[in-house]
Design a protein around this ligand. Structure first.
Ligand code: PGA
Length: 244
């Protein structure tokens, strides 16, 4: 399946910097690139980035949404609002949100349902902590997160992001990545059948131009979710080029 390289810009940049980064990604998103591209700016920058990408091949997403369609939820943003300003995707259940905001699997599942109802493609993140990996629990943790975070009828993208590899410059071995992605594929197929076979599974955590080719070549790695390196257009595009 055609890989997807997604940039998670997290809480970085000014409006001007977001515009410049979007323009640089757009300019580099040539027809020959072997991957689809998605960028996920912070909420205040989505509109201008979506406008810059309008009619282009680069999709734009958010990094979270609320589970409710509307209502008295001060400070929150609904999936429909994101659709309205040009987003087509939304990252949900990122480990930073699970940690910073106490998001449980059930909370993530409710957000995934809201995203799907609003016509957004959810990018659902799962991944073990270092302690869980050292205890030999990585696969069980990820299976549990998938079971709890994905609603019936799920149609979206899954991202495997080991918590200890995010922003640390450390990555699992290629064998370990392949093993978990195989486990995720098996779980998706067991639950969703052919749709699970067609679901993209991204790897995330310290993906860089230097390690992208080897990681993206692994079985059941259908792209990447890139944090730090997505803030430099040349690095983000080099990762996309490595998907070929
Ligand atoms: P990183 O972040 O590439 O900076 O490790 C990945 C992520 O958190 O999505």
């Amino acid at each position: 399946m055609r890989p997807l390289i997604a940039g998670n810009w997290k809480m970085h940049g000014t409006l001007r910097e977001a515009g410049a980064l979007a323009e640089a990604v757009r300019a580099g998103a040539t027809a020959g690139l072997p991957a689809d591209l998605l960028v996920c700016p912070p909420f205040p920058h989505i509109h201008i980035v979506a406008a810059a990408m309008l009619g282009q091949t680069v999709a734009v997403g958010a990094q979270d949404c609320h589970a409710a369609g509307k209502g008295a939820h001060t400070g929150d943003v609904s999936a429909a609002m994101l659709r309205d300003i040009g987003a087509t995707h939304v990252i949900l259940g990122h480990s930073e949100r699970r940690a910073d905001h106490g998001e449980t699997d059930a909370a993530v599942r409710a957000k995934v349902e809201a995203a799907l109802a609003a016509g957004l493609v959810p990018v659902v993140c799962v991944g073990e902590t270092e302690a869980q990996r050292l205890a030999g629990e990585a696969e069980a943790v990820v299976e549990g997160q998938l079971a709890g975070s994905l609603p019936d009828g799920f149609a979206g993208i899954v991202a495997y992001e080991p918590v200890w590899a995010i922003g640390t410059g450390r990555t699992p071995t290629e064998d370990d990545i392949a093993a978990i992605h195989g486990t995720i594929r098996a779980a998706l197929v067991a639950r969703f059948g052919p749709a699970g076979q067609a679901t993209r599974i991204l790897y995330g955590g310290s993906m860089k131009p230097g390690n992208a080719k080897a990681i993206l070549a692994l079985a059941h790695v259908d792209g990447g979710l890139v944090g730090g390196a997505s803030l430099v257009a040349a690095d983000f595009l080099a990762i996309a080029a490595a998907a070929g």
